[in-house]
Ligand binder design. Structure first.
Ligand code: NAP
Length: 304
């Protein structure tokens, strides 16, 4: 039976680290602040933004929340992004994704000042990630790496299979795993993968990031593998107050009987994502302080 990885516990440690670094910055007169743009009223988006704001507040940081209606124009969103770019009180900018179909996400992301790109999705951040240079790391992939580090899973030399190739999870995670200092060997699977099971069965570390409930069944997992479930799927459940429950991409009970470690959903990768965001916001504020000679000595993006 697998050990269940308590993401909340590891995230708590990282949030405490963010709170300490925030306190040090506040002594120098800087309160790290995140500008958040949320478009539309999707319940998932609203709850993600609320969770991020609550965590920022608990760590002593601030947020400025900009809520826009679903039919907002691209130009209007860009105007807000430019304003946040120019505002010296804002150290990080996050545009909650996904955006409505009429908005070109890449255009909005490219407009964010790379020095404030705490989500790590700007082409400059992506380039730094690929080149192995310092820069903001995307929160979910970074959170997965930190979880493995915390539970001391040997990653160097391991075969990692990632199911999903999105720009925000699968691809950046693969880039992190192949960094020389991490040294894993990576297979990326997607909907064009012929025989998914053939690949997943070879994984020492299997990461499910497809957004398909129950995609990974026990027969697709090698005995003793480490299984990281990034997926978050809403399944209707009449017996719950909200009318739904959250589940990952992994058939949890059956896979847990075979794996060595497994992350639950909720309570696995999700809390790490928020914790890594907090650390990115503190790093952005510290870099702002360094750049403006405000007497805070911190290395660039020292959480990376
Ligand atoms: P996405 O953009 O929809 O990408 C999903 C990826 O999975 C795509 O590359 C897709 O392949 C692949 N895929 C889908 N069904 C597949 C199948 N049956 N077999 C093989 N590959 C399949 O999603 P995302 O933004 O990466 O998010 C993935 C999941 O993680 C979602 O459930 C999301 O809610 C969750 N998530 C969680 C966190 C967290 O903090 N826990 C953060 C971000 C995302 P193609 O490229 O071929 O379409």
């Amino acid at each position: 039976m697998a050990d269940i990885i308590d993401g909340r516990e590891y995230a708590r440690k990282k949030r405490e680290e963010a709170a300490h670094r925030t306190a040090a910055l506040k002594e120098k007169g800087i309160t790290p602040c995140l500008g958040l743009i949320l478009v539309g009223e999707e319940p998932a988006g609203i709850s993600y933004v609320a969770a991020k704001e609550k965590a920022l507040l608990e760590a002593g940081m601030e947020s400025r929340d900009i809520r826009l209606s679903r039919d907002v124009s691209e130009e209007e969103i860009l105007t807000h992004v430019v304003r946040l770019n120019r505002d010296p009180r804002i150290h990080g900018i996050l545009v909650q994704l996904p955006l409505p179909n009429h908005i070109r996400e890449d255009r909005i992301i490219a407009a964010i000042d790379p020095n404030k790109d705490v989500d790590g999705f700007h082409p400059v951040s992506v380039g730094n990630l690929v080149l192995g240079k310092p820069g903001f790391l995307p929160c979910t992939p970074h959170g997965v790496l930190v979880l493995l580090e915390e539970i001391k899973i040997p990653v160097a030399g391991a075969h990692v299979v990632i199911v999903g190739r999105s720009n925000i999870v699968g691809k950046p995670l693969a880039q992190l795993f192949v960094r020389r200092e991490i040294n894993a060997t990576v297979t990326i699977c997607h909907t064009g993968t012929g025989d998914l099971r053939r690949h997943t069965c070879q994984a020492d570390i299997l990461v499910a990031a497809a957004g398909k409930a129950g995609l990974i069944t026990a027969d697709m997992v090698k005995e003793g593998a480490v299984v990281i479930d990034v997926g978050v799927n809403r399944i209707s459940a009449n017996n719950t107050k909200k009318g739904y429950r959250l589940t990952g991409d992994v058939d949890f009970d059956a896979v847990a009987a075979k794996a060595s470690y497994i992350t639950p959903v909720p309570g696995g990768v999700g809390p790490m994502t928020v914790a890594m965001l907090l650390l990115n916001v503190v790093s952005a504020a510290a870099q702002f302080a360094d750049a403006n000679c405000l007497g805070v000595s911190t290395s660039r993006n020292s959480n990376n």
